[in-house]
Design a binder for this molecule. Sequence first.
Ligand code: MZP
Length: 511
Amino acid sequence: MATILPDVSRTFSEYLLIPRLTRKRQTAASVDLSTPLSRRTKGEGARFNMNIPIVSACMQAVSGGDLSIALARQGGLAFVFCSQPIQSQVEMVYQVKTHKAGFVTSDSNVTPETSLAALIELMKQTGHSTIAVTEDGSATGMFLGLITDNDFWEFEDDLSGAVKDYMTALENVIYGIEGLSLKSANQLLHKSKKECLPILDDAGRLNSLVFKKDYVDHRRHPMELLDDTKRLCVGAAVNTHDYKDRAPALVEAGADALCFDSSDGFTEYQKEGIDWIRDNFGNDIIIGGGNIVSAEGFDYLVKDGNVDFVKVGMGGGSICITREQKGVGRGQASALLDVVARRDEYFEETGIYIPVCSDGGLANDTQIVVALSMGADFVMMGRYFAMTEESPTPRTSINGQIYKPYWGEGTTRAQNWQRYDDAMSSRVMMFEEGVDAYVPLVGSLANVMATTLYKLKSTMVNVGADSLADFKKNAILTLVSEQSVVEAGTSTVFQFSSNRELEGKSWGNRD
Ligand code: MZP
């Protein structure tokens, strides 16, 4: 007969933090959220630290190039998905590593003959309000002018009219020449009181755009996660089928960390993969393993000392139906507590600390806090990022609301890429472990994260912690009863509009 564990499988929403002494000097602004991504030996620092405890999921609908850039600018790390050909994953990593904050390749362009109607459609699809006009409509064509949503009136002007009759033509545009430093480009923007500065090459072809809002964003986000050469950091996922080809290509492109992407990482395949990458790339590369949900899984992946961090979670993801389909998995809180307890014991025994990532199933900011208090060094999220402007999926209008598509990696949709790839084509999908869905668009990643990070820090202040490390040591949790959950909400009052509605752009609660 099977062994029956005495404890039930628990989720984050069943726990609440008990406040502890807050000192007068403690403010949210002073809380340090930095956290390790790599293993470390007692008394020594980690080889790689992030500035915030948040990474994005290795998923097609989540971690593309733009999102990876936006997250690194906030101090976290994206893991570019591996369910795509090696070359396209390499290009996404390369996009991040070569991203010079400030000089942006113009990805929405029109020709002078484009109609206003087509322009408006493009603006709606991309969310961009300033569009470059080039001779051939490409990002590097001869530059002819700029058009913004202030140059026409959607409900007054004739939408069959051509862009050339509304744009600001080249002779009236302030522009810079390729080679100009970012500082000078920003000074030019400042002096000319413009929002956007096109950068042209000597022949007059468009090279890039510099936006005032990026400068403001950079000044407002001093937490950017940068490597030794001041490039943004990015992670990349690998799988157990083609890692011998994929991992070298990703390392060559500059990936700062690799992570095996699997719903079940407690396998000989994964252990072999981790060992192979470590043998071939030494300690320069960070390698994550998972997913696991038990102390037993932790011991297996960590033995021999090649893995840097482990990911915990199976079946909790918002788009995941693994537990229903296969009857395997574990409540996310129980899984995390089991692995963290074993990790802490292992640290006592060996002096080696292995960071733990809680992956999937986080429904709101409160649950991120609970996961961190339970000993997670960082959390991985999919839905949270899929809802932002920067996720790689198109905006979709449904009944007047803007949504973005979000689908699991265990869906036919995600796995279809294999049909075009030799290394993966023999894999046949008998059933799906994920669903294909839509999530509402909540705005830019920077805006959503500003609220999340502020909430994390202010909860830490409630618990009297100055840093994430302190928080994990000091936190006291209690299990909640159903009645206390009811008590936590508003009661017997008539709400005209809740703060959450006023914010209007909250990513939680999904349940
Ligand atoms: P969430 O943040 O959307 O709740 O969950 C994201 C996590 O769900 C991913 O990091 C991954 O571990 C997991 N995932 C991705 N695809 C599937 C699936 O198709 C899945 N079942 O479970």
